[in-house]
Design a protein around this ligand. Structure first.
Ligand code: PAF
Length: 282
């Protein structure tokens, strides 16, 4: 596996691959790699000649300095995971100045309102930071296909929108959430949970599964009340939000309508770790 530590080495590498006509699959990450990331690489492996990943903890998408500081970082461990997986041909490890040559700040994006829902309300500026880093990485890596997990469903929708609006020649692929055996959605942040809390957190998945059933017969407000009740009885968890939204506009709904598709979205704080999950509702 090639380890590309600067923009220049990446550019030389990409140039050679493009000359050989290679189709590039790309999965950007912030490291702390887990099986969820490996599922992105597996999908990329099947559909491209070459798989590239990046590891870069993007400062502009954190709206909380403490969260940025606490974000798990272990590049050596990540590299050995990548090497052992045999799924990735090259990893790009940019420095801040490779992404932000002038000021370390976000550009402003208009994602047709997708940015004003859910995480956009809870984390102001977050999606400008995501758009800035992903657009820059796409321009540098020049992938044919790029892979993102559906765990961050709003991020996936926003990246699709940004790519479309900027006319970037890359196809965005959403990959289903990779779950632990107990149903907990895999996330780099899970590393900060004790084993006990990780076990308890399966209630998030179980509640989404129940929501799927409830959605068949109950009203949206009845479901919201039930979910609120579940978390009121959990000692170490605080429900930040639960809502049901139109899968395309991401706008919260209060009533279902025929012919639309919906998804439940949830954020729960377990100790000081923010866990996010979602599920498509039939
Ligand atoms: O999902 C992530 O890990 C990050 O938001 C991403 C897409 C790598 C951008 O920093």
């Amino acid at each position: 596996m090639e380890i590309l530590k600067t923009k220049k080495t990446l550019q030389d590498f990409i140039e050679r691959q493009k000359e050989m006509g290679k189709r590039i699959g790309f999965a950007p990450t912030m490291g702390a790699l887990h099986n969820g990331h490996l599922s992105l690489y597996k999908a990329a492996r099947e559909e491209n000649d070459l798989v590239i990943s990046s590891i870069f903890v993007n400062p502009t998408q954190f709206n909380n300095l403490e969260d940025l500081e606490k974000y798990p970082r272990d590049t050596q461990k990540d590299i050995s995971i990548l090497e052992k997986s045999g799924l990735v041909d090259a990893v790009y490890l940019p420095q801040v100045e490779d992404i932000y040559p002038e000021k370390t700040e976000s550009k402003k994006y208009d994602y047709d309102g997708l940015e004003n829902e859910m995480e956009g309300k809870s984390r102001p500026g977050h999606f400008d930071g995501v758009g800035t880093v992903v657009e820059e990485l796409f321009r540098q890596v020049q992938p044919n296909n790029a892979y993102f997990g559906e765990k961050d469903f709003q991020q996936l929708a926003i990246i699709k929108k940004m790519t479309e609006k900027k006319h970037l020649p890359v196809t965005i692929k959403g990959i289903p959430i990779y779950r632990a055996e107990n149903g907990l959605a895999l996330s780099s942040r899970n590393q900060r949970l004790t084993e006990e809390r990780r076990n308890e957190s399966k209630i998030i998945f179980e509640t989404l599964e129940k929501t799927k059933e409830w959605f068949k017969n109950l009203s949206v407000s009845e479901i919201k009340k039930k979910v609120k009740d579940v978390f009121e009885h959990q000692n170490n968890m605080e429900l930040e939000y639960f809502l049901i939204a139109d899968e395309h506009t991401l706008k919260e709904i209060s009533q279902k309508e025929e012919g639309k598709s919906y998804r439940a979205f949830i954020v729960v704080n377990v100790d000081d770790v923010r866990l996010i999950d979602n599920m498509h509702l039939e």
